[in-house]
Write a protein that binds this ligand. Structure first.
Ligand SMILES: [Cu+2]
Length: 138
């Protein structure tokens, strides 16, 4: 019985590993970004809409950010950005932790999440007002 359970666990781990490897091992230049999953987030006064983002491990995404508020807002998620592979790092600030949008401005970030887990997202100017959100990579 114990042997059977161990065998099952081994198969499950192998299957999960194969899924994770499907998008791995390709450099940014080899990735087909045209197949990126589109995700749209609006920044308003003072929240992210939606405020729970979900991305998929090792799959390309196109994150479109739009500042629909009257103030400048930023999308700050240092741990998240440190864990992804970016198509173009230049869309972020110098410390690769954040992107700032003036009112009415929009931008697109192409990336592949390389680490599963939960990450904090906030607007550095308005987190005191509750402008926070979570990112889940599954
Ligand atoms: Cu803000």
């Amino acid at each position: 019985m114990k042997g059977l359970a161990l065998a099952f666990i081994a198969i499950a781990i192998t299957a999960a590993g194969a899924l994770c490897l499907a998008g791995a091992g390709k450099s940014a230049a080899q990735i087909d970004w045209s197949k990126a999953e589109p995700v749209r987030v609006e920044l308003v006064n003072y929240e992210f809409v939606p405020n729970e983002l979900r991305f998929h491990h090792d799959l390309p995404h196109r994150l479109r950010l739009l500042n629909a508020g009257q103030d400048g807002h930023d999308f700050t998620a240092p741990e998240f950005f440190a864990s992804v592979e970016l198509k173009e790092a230049a869309v972020l600030n110098e410390s690769r932790s954040s992107v700032f949008l003036a009112p009415g401005q929009q931008t697109e970030i192409y990336f592949i999440p390389r680490k599963a887990g939960r990450f904090a997202l906030h607007c550095a100017d308005h987190d005191w007002a509750g402008m926070t959100a979570t990112i889940t990579v599954e």
